[in-house]
Design a protein around this ligand. Sequence first.
Ligand SMILES: C[S@@+](CC[C@H](N)C(=O)[O-])C[C@H]1O[C@@H](n2cnc3c(N)ncnc32)[C@H](O)[C@@H]1O
Length: 274
Amino acid sequence: MAKSVEMRAAVRETYGPADLSSVPVFAGGFINFGYWRSIELADPISVDDRVRSQQDLYRHVLDSAGPLAGRRLLEVGCGLGVGCALALREYDPAHITGMDIHPQQLDRARRANAALLDASPPKLRFVRGAAESMPFGDGGFDRVHSVEAAQHFDDLVAFARETARVLAPGGRVAVASFFTPDDDPAHGARLADLLDTYADGLDIARPVTLLTEAFTRAGLTDARAASIGPEVWEGWDRWLSDQWKPGTWPRNFLKAYQEGALDYYVVTATRPEA
Ligand SMILES: C[S@@+](CC[C@H](N)C(=O)[O-])C[C@H]1O[C@@H](n2cnc3c(N)ncnc32)[C@H](O)[C@@H]1O
């Protein structure tokens, strides 16, 4: 049985009654910075293109975890579950489980996806659980993916161990999030200076190698981190530029990237065949 993991105060507040997905910098029920490679950075950027940037981040992560047809999928940190719905619509998995630590996010996810939850046979479910202690048996998923949630996980080593445990032999994981590019201890202080979400403990500064090494130590192979910073930060900043002045959160994400204190990655690894 999964042991309960305390939800940190910053996570509880950020995803509590004030629904972050309703803040205009996000849109369409998603809460991520977006993947902007195929989107023209027009002035202004339309809301439709902003939604597409967030869908494209999901598509990029799901493609990195693929192939997905007929596979059993787990999303860790699913938020409102609109990414689960996209995966069902576009990738034809056997079924998908959206897991999140925050009960209010799960309430929103169930409301946003009510029609899919009623479908027969059911191919979607939402489950409360923590990345560090997943409420599932061993080997029950062929794919695990996570989109812009790992920056909040308290314990990446426990997340890696749990991912390796719930993956079936031959299974794959793909995680998109932002990390420091190396273990220079100065990055943490600089990020806390630039970005309130690091200063208040919502986001945690850690080198991307912490996750690749944790996957390897957990028994996964071929763990690698690919930077997608060029496809994320400029588009995110251009989208924000209508509403936020330079030097404010979240315009400082681009600055942190340009200074070399932060980058955006997709981390992948494979559970060896038995
Ligand atoms: C920035 S939102 C991303 C939501 C969604 N993936 C998206 O892209 O729209 C991060 C989500 O991670 C969840 N979360 C934070 N810490 C978690 C943990 N330790 N285990 C599971 N979910 C967590 C939060 O409740 C929140 O819903």
